[in-house]
Design a protein around this ligand. Structure first.
Ligand code: OSB
Ligand code: MG
Length: 368
């Protein structure tokens, strides 16, 4: 394939409900979208970086520059081969995997559309529906949190994840468990603790949690291995796993029993497939993480979740939990049984609502 043009668009949309993690509260999302064009066909991807470099080192403004100045020019007008090989033709940028991953995902979408097949089949997925969980942020009060959990469980979601941080952890989980003794429940700390908190975190063993996600530093697999030895609850790594080699090392060290795969964090579908395969070979189940995506990134996550080792419900939920109106049509919907059904439409499977997209676009630039 030869990429003729790349169009970058930055959109801004308010979240239906604020989302708070241990590193801060988000009320609006600024999202960078990547459209690639080749011989009249289009493919779309989403850069999952946040507005500020707090989840990892990436952020929207840096991603825009990197795509415009460094990555885009290396791709436009060149024979790039198959989508599976794109990472090999990109310049050797260290890190910034979400940025490259947004472009890589767009090229997979383009290739699937050119072949006339749904993206999920094109990457080798086999599930015809995917199980959904919800990620619920830190709230102002525990009562508000309990109300939100009630609503999501009633809607059919198959597991609940709540965000924790020092001061919003053991007592909150205790109250959630009192009200919902049987709900499949997990917590995500987004690196808010250190190994010296091991005894404190050990108290979470009392609540029959499915897992505790990324309790320690974003780049520290070794300390997670030490912590996992002390906990009965499974550790799930998110931030730490940026490539398949990290997954191999984490598994070898016993740093986790579950892995969250985020398409952007690992740099796109090719690396996500490798992480998936490494985990499967090590007997480690995976699930698909989310980054408060618009419909485009959401649809890519749904496709990824059809791979066979995605054995646990992911943070892939309905558009309406995030957006009053999504930029895709139809919006992503979750059935009362807690699943999203896959579509047969070529590519990522949904239409782009171009009219609405225009109204939320802050800037747009075409390269090539
Ligand atoms: O750690 O999984 C995370 C959102 C922003 C940054 C990090 C994370 C999250 C989520 C939200 O948990 C998942 C979603 O609903 O998209
Ligand atoms: Mg996480």
């Amino acid at each position: 394939m030869i990429i003729d043009r790349i169009t970058l668009r930055e959109i801004r949309m308010p979240l239906v409900h604020f989302f708070e993690t241990s590193f801060g509260r988000t009320t609006h999302r600024r999202i960078l979208l990547v459209e690639v064009r080749s011989e009249g066909a289009a493919g779309w991807g989403e850069v999952t970086a946040g507005e500020l470099p707090f989840y990892n080192e990436e952020w929207v403004d840096a991603s825009w520059l990197l795509l415009r100045e460094i990555i885009g020019p290396k791709v436009i007008g060149r024979q790039i081969g198959a989508a599976a090989n794109v990472s090999r033709v990109l310049p050797p940028v260290r890190g910034h995997r979400m940025t490259a991953g947004g472009l890589e995902a767009a090229i997979w979408d383009l290739e699937a559309r050119k072949l006339g097949v749904p993206l999920w089949k094109h990457i080798g997925g086999s599930r015809v529906d995917v199980a959904c969980g919800v990620s619920i942020g830190i709230q102002d009060t525990v009562d508000e949190l309990l109300g939100l959990i009630e609503r999501e469980v009633t809607a059919g979601y198959r597991r609940v994840k709540i965000k924790i941080k020092p001061g919003w952890d053991i007592d909150v989980v205790r109250r959630v468990r009192e009200k919902f003794p049987d709900v499949p429940l997990m917590v995500d700390a987004n690196s808010a603790y250190s190994l010296t908190d091991a005894d404190h975190l050990k108290q979470l063993d009392a609540f029959n949690l499915m897992m505790i996600e990324q309790p320690l530093a974003h780049d520290d697999i070794i300390d997670h291995a030490k912590l996992q030895e002390k906990l009965n609850t499974a550790i799930c790594l998110d931030e730490c796993i940026r490539c398949a080699r990290h997954a191999e090392q984490a598994i070898e060290m016993g740093a986790c029993r579950i892995i969250n795969i985020k398409l952007g964090r690992v740099g796109g579908f090719s690396e996500a497939l490798l992480v998936h395969n490494v985990a499967r070979a090590g007997g480690i189940p995976v699930w698909c993480g989310g980054m408060l995506e618009s419909g485009i990134g959401r649809a890519h996550n749904i496709a990824l979740s059809t791979l066979d080792n995605f054995k646990l419900p992911g943070d892939v939920s309905a558009s309406k939990r995030y957006w009053q109106r999504d930029i895709i049509h139809p919006p992503v919907e979750v059935l009362a049984s807690g699943v999203i059904e896959l579509r047969e439409t070529p590519g990522f499977g949904y239409e782009i609502d171009h009219d609405y997209l225009k109204t939320v676009t802050l800037r747009e630039e075409t390269l090539g």
